[in-house]
Design a protein around this ligand. Structure first.
Ligand code: DAU
Length: 333
């Protein structure tokens, strides 16, 4: 939240982006926003020349698995080709820096645990040495971009770090991901579509803990290393949805006296659905002294309250071609 040095944000604000998310920073003298794509090499290169960043963090990505199943092309354009553009521009920029700045420079590439594929119930959580086995077009596009980043440090000595996080949740998350989608559907008395039996497991990481981890990597991370970041909160999807329903029953009793869990509906499974993700964060805990601070219990309650208190934000999203309400029953497509 506290910006104490210059922060440059380059974002083309696609469907999931929203300038309202950044409203609090608009008047901050340390913050500058540029409405550009990361693949816009000419403008991004000019921004770097003007702003002279000491580090670049690449958060930009198409990130929703369901959308990648319905249309993989956009994922490869953004996550692969535009990462290549960003790497090209960044490498040129760094090559012209003075030696001391060049030595301190870092390019941090934000990746995902999905590149490692799926775990069985018995397998150990993913560590940094797991083999890449992406299963969805989204995961394949992230794996491809990780490979590009790796090739830049192996071939050109470009100072990169890759981080792999588990499932994020928290405020401002676009309501197509499991947690915000279920909250929004429930308060609108719309069905809560659970894929398959809801017995898939994800490792939930509060977005603030993830941001703290990235800040830690920015300050203390070693270039040419990778770091896994997880919440150590493995929970089945069905249990997440039941928790949301129970919390809502207490916080906002349904107007017709029903339980929100009445809206739970089991629908056809996501094709290629990964069974389990779990992250072993030992490396970042031991080497950089980061650990998650927000318990899932507190994190989920605060998140539900945030969505209840920010109906205006949701209203604006709904007016911006929001299609998250669609029941993703793949048999019907
Ligand atoms: O692991 C990190 C990844 O987590 C990120 O790299 C991805 O960008 C992010 O989207 C997320 O991927 P998931 O596919 O795990 O997230 P999602 O919120 O789409 O789904 C979480 C689980 O809930 C998954 O097992 C599918 C299930 N699900 C999801 C939706 C949207 C349902 O059962 N019903 C739904 O309507």
């Amino acid at each position: 939240d506290n910006i104490d040095e210059k922060l440059i944000n380059i974002d083309c604000l696609t469907y999931a982006g929203n300038s309202d998310n950044l409203k609090n920073y608009e008047s901050n003298k340390h913050y500058t926003f540029y409405n550009n794509r990361i693949g816009d090499e000419k403008n991004v290169s000019q921004i770097f020349l003007n702003e002279k960043p000491r580090a670049i963090i690449n958060f930009a990505a198409e990130s929703h698995v369901d959308r990648s199943i319905l249309g993989p092309e956009e994922f490869f354009k953004t996550n692969v080709m535009e990462t290549l553009s960003l790497l090209t521009v960044s490498k040129n920029y760094v090559s012209n820096l003075e030696a001391d700045k060049k030595n301190k420079f870092k390019f941090i590439h934000i990746s995902t645990d999905e590149v490692f594929g799926s775990l069985s119930a018995q397998e150990q959580p993913f560590n940094e040495n797991n083999q890449y086995k992406p299963n969805s077009p989204y995961a394949a596009s992230k794996a491809a971009s990780d490979h590009l980043v790796r090739s830049y440090f192996k071939t050109y000595g470009f100072p990169c770090i890759i981080s792999h996080c588990s499932n994020n949740y928290g405020p401002y998350q676009y309501p197509e991901k499991l947690i915000p989608l279920m909250i929004i559907n429930a308060i609108n008395s719309i069905k809560l579509p659970i894929y398959g039996k809801g017995d898939q497991i994800r490792d939930w990481l509060h977005v603030s803990d993830h941001c703290e981890a990235i800040k830690t990597i920015l300050e203390k991370g070693q270039v040419f290393e990778t770091y896994n970041i997880g919440g150590s909160n493995e929970i089945k999807n069905i249990d997440i949805v039941k928790t949301i329903c129970d919390e809502l029953d207490a916080l906002l009793p349904h107007p017709e006296g029903r339980s929100y869990s009445d809206f739970i509906s089991f629908v056809s499974d996501r094709p290629g659905h990964d069974k389990r993700y779990a992250i072993d964060s030992t490396k970042i805990q031991e080497k950089l002294n980061w650990r998650p601070k927000i318990s899932f219990k507190k994190g989920i309650t605060d998140t539900i309250k945030w969505y209840l208190e920010n109906s205006e934000w949701l209203h604006k999203i709904k007016n911006k071609n929001y299609d998250g309400w669609v029941n993703k029953n793949y048999n019907n497509r």
